[in-house]
Design a protein around this ligand. Structure first.
Ligand code: ATP
Ligand code: MG
Length: 591
């Protein structure tokens, strides 16, 4: 089925770059953005100063910067910009007092706790490198990342420390300090109490470090969807990319209540949950609870969220519970909803328009890009199923790597190619920590190659095909798993689908689908046949799955990405590789 495009209407008081994408691209210049933010003595730029101190200096100190909401939504804590400035000054002073120097790594392993923005922004203010760690990691992935990131200080909770770190402390020779939140008030040996350390610090010592735009500010490990996670470093000048996309894509402004549901351990958690609302002068929501449909709709309604950023997996889980539930929570205050992390099937975009009253805008980016690079903009036409068009400032091409070296640029609409970004945007990663050669290999002739395949249509919209590693080659066709998954998900019985290429002596590969069912549907031979026939009708026999099996849950990363490599490895009876980023709840389920 061809999904209708969604023309934007309504009253958007927006600057022209949102309505006139061509004009915005022509007028936009990253260097101007960076220069505007480089206000520290000697042309220095500090992300935390831009995100917090600037608002206080400009008279917005009493605005709420972050609102924390407890799991049951029965308690909340608010930090104004003025309070966040004071607390981050203290944290920066404490780091200095403990002997940390500019460039040292501070790892932060917390769930959605109110202290998170203090630790993250205080670290950056001190010129240290903020490295979020996923709280559901087991001891081994934590050890590997602390060592690779050369963390000198760790902020975590007492419970997490005792469970995951205490036994490995001896191996962590570079980890000098651990600051603990909560617990007995009597920190274990070798640890300090976070609050007591903050109280004892004198902010006068914590004058901002006049970092340069190129100094490292953050270290993010990738999701590990395709293999071992990589540690991408992001410089202070990332502020320009995050700020520009907060305005141009998310349309965030002072007065907005912004909720990004990403886990704190991954890049979207720091870039969009913490930094984007702060750089835009809005109020960010930090909700402690995990996914739960009623609780999430409750947060949207009770907190009067105006802009929402979530993932396709979350949207599809909400869809499983039906459209009647969100209707009971309306009216909502939402004016925009966005998605990232996985391809967003068109049905989900349309479902939201009916169930929530507004469609989802898909956005595309990677840990390495440091900010959104492709988007369905707030006030331009949404094409359901498309990732949208380049953010002004980004030059995005589709390319083919020539076997003899160099790139061939694909200009024609509808021809698949690898997404490549012209190097040099401000939030581009500056290195893979401990793997510089691998970093260099990502670039060809001044272009960064993303490893994702897409097509572009005549209007310049990009359509995701799959990761280069996941694309299926069957009987001379190049098949993007997303297209097949998306068609299957149009069937009411299908909640989610994961599609892989299974080696085949004749066709090279054959399309195999793993399907999880919506509530109220039972697996069985008749349904299996029906789904194959349904897909064949939509996709034609070349693309439709030849094999289809039912599965309770697809293997996914905790950030919600389907791990097709795990499906494939299990299919082939091969080792599944690094699973450290995989959702522990479903790690054990066979397929
Ligand atoms: P690793 O690099 O370790 O394999 P990862 O690529 O999943 O893990 P991230 O940087 O968190 O780690 O994810 C970025 C990837 O997520 C993109 O390269 C792309 O494959 C996928 N992605 C993100 N947004 C979208 C989107 N809107 N549509 C389709 N895919 C998306
Ligand atoms: Mg990746």
């Amino acid at each position: 089925m061809d999904w209708p495009i969604i023309e934007k209407s309504g009253d958007f008081a927006v600057p022209p770059y949102l309505t006139d994408w061509e004009a915005a691209r022509a007028a936009f210049d990253w260097q101007t953005e960076i220069d505007r933010l480089s206000k520290l003595p000697g042309g220095g730029l500090n992300l935390a100063v831009e995100a917090v101190d600037r608002h206080v200096a400009e008279g917005r100190g009493e605005t709420v910067a972050m609102r924390w909401i407890s799991r049951n939504q029965d308690s909340r804590r608010e930090l104004t910009y003025a309070q966040l400035k004071e607390q981050t000054d203290r944290f920066a002073a404490a780091l200095r007092h403990l002997g940390l120097k500019r460039g040292d790594t501070v790892a932060v392993m917390l769930n959605n706790l109110a202290e998170l923005p203090i630790a993250a922004l205080g670290t950056i203010k001190a010129g240290c490198v903020f490295c979020p760690l996923f709280a559901a990691f087991g001891p081994e992935p934590v050890r590997a990342r602390l060592i690779l990131g050369r963390a000198r200080l760790l902020v975590t909770t007492e419970a997490l420390y005792l469970r995951k770190i205490a036994d490995l402390r001896e191996d962590l020779t570079e980890l000098d300090h651990v600051l603990l939140i909560g617990g007995s008030g009597q920190p274990p040996q070798g640890c300090l109490d976070f609050q007591a350390t903050l109280n004892a610090a004198s902010p006068e010592d914590g004058t901002v470090e006049a970092t340069s735009p190129d100094d490292p500010a953050m270290l993010h490990f990738t999701s590990g969807t395709t293999g071992e996670p990589k540690g991408a470093l992001h410089p202070q000048r990332s502020a320009a990319g995050i700020h520009a996309t907060a305005r141009m894509v998310l349309d965030l402004r002072p007065g907005d209540i912004f909720w990004c549901t990403a886990d704190t351990g991954w890049v979207t958690g720091s870039i969009y949950k913490l930094l984007a609302p702060l750089l835009a002068g809005a109020t960010g929501i930090l909700y402690e609870g995990e996914f739960d449909p009623g609780a999430w709709y409750g947060v949207l309604r009770n907190e009067k969220v105006t802009v929402w950023y979530t993932t396709p997996t979350a949207v599809r889980m909400l869809m499983r519970f039906g459209a009647a539930l969100p209707r009971t929570y309306r009216p909502l205050s939402l004016r925009l909803a966005f998605s990232v992390g996985e391809p967003l099937n068109p049905e989900a975009v349309i479902w939201a328009r009916d169930a929530l009253g507004l469609p989802f805008h898909d956005t595309w980016w990677q840990t390495e890009t440091g900010c959104i690079a492709l988007a369905n903009f707030a006030v331009t036409t949404i094409k359901p199923g498309s990732m949208g068009r380049p953010v002004p400032g980004f030059e995005v091409a589709l390319v083919e790597r020539r076997p003899e070296g160099g790139l061939r640029f694909i200009e024609d609409a509808g021809i698949p190619g690898e997404i490549a970004l012209k190097a040099g945007w401000p939030s581009m990663f500056s290195d893979y920590i401990g793997a510089h050669t691998r970093y260099e290999e990502c670039f060809i002739d001044g272009w960064y190659l993303t490893g994702d395949l897409a097509k572009r249509d005549a209007d310049g919209y990009f359509w995701f095909l799959g990761r280069a590693d996941d694309v299926i080659k069957a009987s001379g066709h190049l098949i993007g798993p997303f297209e097949v998954e998306s068609a299957l998900m149009d069937h009411p019985a299908v909640a989610e689908a994961g599609v892989i290429g299974k080696p085949d002596p004749v066709a090279h590969e054959r399309v195999k689908a793993y399907v999880s069912l919506s509530h109220g549907f039972a697996a069985g031979e008749a349904l299996r046949r029906e789904l194959i026939a349904f897909a064949r009708l939509r996709l034609g026999s070349a693309l439709a799955p030849k094999e289809l099996v039912f599965i309770d849950e697809l293997p996914k990363t905790r950030s919600g990405k389907i791990m097709r490599r795990v499906l494939k490895a299990r299919e082939l009876g091969l080792p599944t590789g690094d699973l450290s980023g995989m959702d522990s709840d479903i790690r054990g389920t066979g397929v």
